[in-house]
Write a protein that binds this ligand. Structure first.
Ligand SMILES: Cc1cc2nc3c(=O)[nH]c(=O)nc-3n(C[C@H](O)[C@H](O)[C@H](O)COP(=O)(O)OP(=O)(O)OC[C@H]3O[C@@H](n4cnc5c(N)ncnc54)[C@H](O)[C@@H]3O)c2cc1C
Length: 803
């Protein structure tokens, strides 16, 4: 065994082998994979091998498309059959909601370059004569779907990697991972020790145990999963052509041809987490005892929908475990807070996803960033709050919802209340309807008390609509208060604080007591943050940003500290707080502050350490609502006092609580995008319009790429659109069309309550990004006229927020 490697991948399942292949393919030498048993000794050997592109996240779908398209080439490169059957497959809807969902999927597929089309139920019956088409109302066809041989795929990745110069060793369990002071890792096996610059945890079923070797607690959980294989079915035996694959959403099940029979898998309504305390080390090419009663109900549904199954004998019943993460998506990338430690865990659909996971991780390791935004798979979307216990609860929920519909306005119930603030009960009593982000509860909107605090999941406008409207009205006309604990706060302290920020931020770093907005760019000029920089003094800055992305940004800041005398801390949990906004915000603030908070005494974009409501606070003059507004940050123990004081002081000013939905509505009226939706690493500063904040007179990460783009002009641009609709708004990922052709897609949108207009933000080719240009947006399969508005329709001069 080698004594040194550039990278060691731990785990020879489909994920580890794909990573090894991609690292070697993209040019890294000295890449080694260690497998404790034979390759495929975890989940990979007993998978059903069904492949499809559909996923909740468009970029994951795109990567699933990449994975599937790679198979033929992989077979050629490796000389190993992957057993690919490109039968095509359909997604079947048995009710109206699922039909709407499929229409949305097709809309996404349009811009992802995936070739999905609706086919008639007669066509379904023709392609798959065993299905009873009367049980369905619609079918979406994807020619990429089919199945593969799981072992063949795993070995093909490994063999192709070997041909490209990488090595893999079986029967080489990693029993220790010890980090040296230079950041490299010693991986101890019973065959010797390898020193590696980087390690990748691709431990699959044992991801938790591999993590523990390095002190990492991962919130992933293996789940039991069943599928059955029937004996030969005469109608199939008679056919020459292979049957297509299928997913029945309502039945939460998938099926395909296997031999001359069929394979049917189902995600049972009550899931069984497996080996909660830890995966046994001795577990290998083994299966679990089938629990027929767990899946009986779903099988019955399957028999009704594919009647031939009811008469077929069952040849095999498989119950095998595979690992889920808290939101069902993979967790990949550099682990925040660790050096040279990479994760590729929680990959629950390895044969659909491993190619994309391997590609992105290899690009990330070699080039410093993946080609496309992988936020939906980034391990940094979770933080400490995502404990192993939380992982079990959420993974169970996601397993049970595998093919279930989540509506745009729906929040999932499991694992809630993981993080709450001191005023949680007070807000609940006022009718808060809660959402959660990064494990922290935040109010979405306020009903008329707790009994009224409910909302039915829907693609259309919900009952929350009118409540949000009155919150917006209060902010636009009087004053509103919103809890802002969920914003991220990063502190940068030290003698080099300004120099550091000048380097990592593309925008101007403000003077003491002032605030500026700034994009943060990758070396390739992609957006990596849309942040608010606040200078408390020359050696102390606070950066406000997306709460969801706090660990992602922490990782970025920490990885650039070298060469600067600065200390970084994620202080998001240290500061909670309340925002005030509206024409009477200043009046309210003046009642609970001894400071001069007049327009001159405390200007727009000022910040200061002071006292508000008699408690220590960091006061800023900003609001994402576009109104005169203030954000008051206090340590958690002061928040209740602050809250009570604001309530009291605002009583005669028409003060109303408002939530995230109202804020998101008001920012649309100002043409402002948000991180994770409109601003993300898929886009550049010039494309997003955030280049207006760039300080071109200094050096910063990504400057060269940004300058080059400035010279040639961006290929696409963010635009804001008004849509002609009555009772439905965009959520995101809808196709934007021009003359019937898909030209872009929606990144966010909703109803602008003050303007009383439905609005959307999205990206279109630069040539089409013209004020007033007419476009179409596809929502739930219907085309709606849309027109671009270049200037904010609400307070375009910005006087309301500045005065
Ligand atoms: C019943 C069933 C049906 C499925 N059907 C499908 C399907 O139709 N389509 C689909 O896409 N996916 C399917 N899956 C999921 C798929 O199998 C997994 O997503 C995939 O196998 C995960 O691969 P992995 O490489 O992450 O993990 P694993 O396959 O678990 O591999 C991890 C590897 O790491 C090794 N390892 C662990 N610890 C160490 C150590 N300390 N040192 C060295 N090596 C170590 C293990 O021996 C193992 O080989 C199914 C899963 C099951 C259980």
């Amino acid at each position: 065994m080698e004594s040194h490697a550039k990278v060691v991948v731990i785990g020879g399942g489909v994920v580890g082998c794909s990573i090894l292949f991609h690292l070697a393919r993209f040019g890294w030498k000295d890449c080694v994979l260690l497998e404790r048993n034979e390759l495929t000794s975890g989940s990979s050997w007993h998978a059903a091998g069904q492949i499809h592109t559909i996923s909740s996240d468009p970029n994951i779908s795109r990567l699933q498309g990449y994975t599937i398209k790679l198979y033929q080439e992989l077979e050629e490169l490796s000389g190993q059959s992957v057993g690919l059957h490109s039968t095509g497959g359909f997604y079947l809807a048995s009710n109206r909601d699922w039909y709407d969902y499929l229409k949305r999927e097709r809309s996404k597929a349009r811009y992802m370059g995936l070739d999905q089309e609706f086919i008639s139920l007669e066509e379904v019956a023709r392609l798959h004569p065993l299905i009873d088409p009367k049980r369905y109302i619609a079918a979406l066809w994807d020619p990429l779907d089919g199945d593969v041989d799981p072992s063949g795929v795993t070995y093909a990745y490994a063999k192709a990697a070997k041909k490209l110069g990488a090595a893999y060793h079986t029967h080489s369990a990693v029993i220790e991972t010890n980090q040296r002071s230079d950041g490299s890792w010693d991986l101890v096996t019973d065959k010797g020790t390898i020193n590696a610059e980087h390690i990748v945890n691709a431990g699959g079923l044992w991801a938790r145990e591999v993590g523990h070797l390095s002190g990492l607690n991962l919130p992933v959980q293996p789940m039991e999963h069943h599928y059955l294989i029937t004996e030969s079915i005469p109608q199939i035996a008679e056919r020459e052509e292979r049957l297509p694959a299928g997913i029945d959403y309502e039945g939460n099940m998938y099926f395909r041809q296997e031999g001359k029979g069929m394979l049917l898998g189902t995600y049972e309504p009550v899931a069984t987490p497996w080996s909660v305390a830890g995966t046994p080390q001795h577990f290998g090419h083994e299966l679990l005892e089938p629990q027929l009663d767990h899946i009986a109900e779903r099988l019955q549904l399957g028999f009704e929908r594919i009647p031939a199954l009811a008469d077929a004998g069952i040849k095999d019943m498989i119950n095998g475990p595979f690992t889920f993460g808290p939101d069902g998506n993979p967790m990949i990338g550099p682990v925040p807070g660790m050096r040279n430690y990479w994760a590729a865990v929680g990959v629950m659909a390895g044969f659909c996803q491993a190619g994309g996971v391997g590609k992105c991780l290899a690009e990330w390791m070699i080039e410093g960033e993946p080609e496309i935004d992988v936020w939906a798979m980034d391990i940094a979307r979770f933080g400490d709050y995502a404990s192993p216990h939380y992982g079990t609860i959420k993974s169970t929920e996601n397993y049970e919802r595998r093919f279930m519909l989540t509506f745009p306005n729906e929040t999932l119930p499991a694992g809630r209340g993981q993080r709450t603030t001191s005023i949680y009960d007070r807000l609940t009593a006022r009718g808060a309807v809660w959402g959660d982000g990064f494990g922290l509860e935040h109010a979405l909107w306020f009903a008329d008390g707790p009994d009224d605090a409910h909302e039915e999941p829907t693609f259309r406008r919900s009952r929350a609509h009118d409540y949000v409207a009155r919150e917006v009205k209060a902010v636009r006309e009087n004053v509103g208060m919103i809890e802002i604990a969920n914003f991220a706060k990063h502190s940068i302290r030290g003698v080099d604080a300004r120099r550091f920020l000048d380097h990592v931020m593309a925008g101007r770093v403000p003077a003491p007591g002032r605030i500026s907005l700034s994009p943060m760019l990758t070396p390739k000029g992609k957006l990596y943050g849309d942040l608010t920089i606040a200078c408390l003094n020359e050696q102390e800055f606070l950066i406000f940003g997306s709460g969801a992305a706090q660990e992602m940004h922490r990782r970025w800041f920490e990885s650039h500290l070298n060469g600067f005398e600065v200390a970084y801390r994620n202080e998001s949990s240290r500061y909670h707080g309340i925002g005030l906004a509206g024409p009477s915000a200043r009046e309210l603030l003046s009642r609970i502050s001894r400071d001069d908070v007049s327009a001159e005494g405390f200007r727009f974009r000022d910040i200061r350490r002071t006292y508000v409501a008699g408690v220590p606070a960091i006061l800023t003059r900003l609001s994402f609502s576009g109104e005169q507004g203030y954000e008051i940050y206090v340590e958690p123990e002061y928040q209740m006092k602050l809250y009570r004081s604001i309530l009291e002081a605002g009583e005669d000013l028409g003060l109303r609580h408002y939530g995230a939905r109202a804020l998101m509505s008001m920012r649309l009226e100002k043409n402002w995008g948000v991180w994770t939706l409109d601003f993300r690493p898929d886009f550049t500063a010039a494309e997003s319009g955030l280049d207006v904040f760039i300080d071109w007179n200094k050096d910063f990460i990504g400057k060269q790429a940004a300058e080059q783009e400035r010279e040639r002009g961006p290929a696409q641009r963010l635009v804001v659109m008004i849509i002609e609709t009555d009772d439905i708004d965009v959520s995101n990922d809808e196709a934007i069309l021009k003359d019937g052709e898909c030209v872009g897609y929606v990144t966010s949108g909703g109803y602008a309550h003050h303007l009383q207009k439905s609005m959307a933000i999205g990206y279109v080719p630069t040539a089409l990004a013209i004020d007033g240009a007419a476009l179409e947006i596809e929502i739930n399969g219907e085309m709606y006229a849309a027109s671009i508005v270049a200037q904010p329709l609400y307070d375009p001069s910005g006087n309301k927020m500045r005065n």
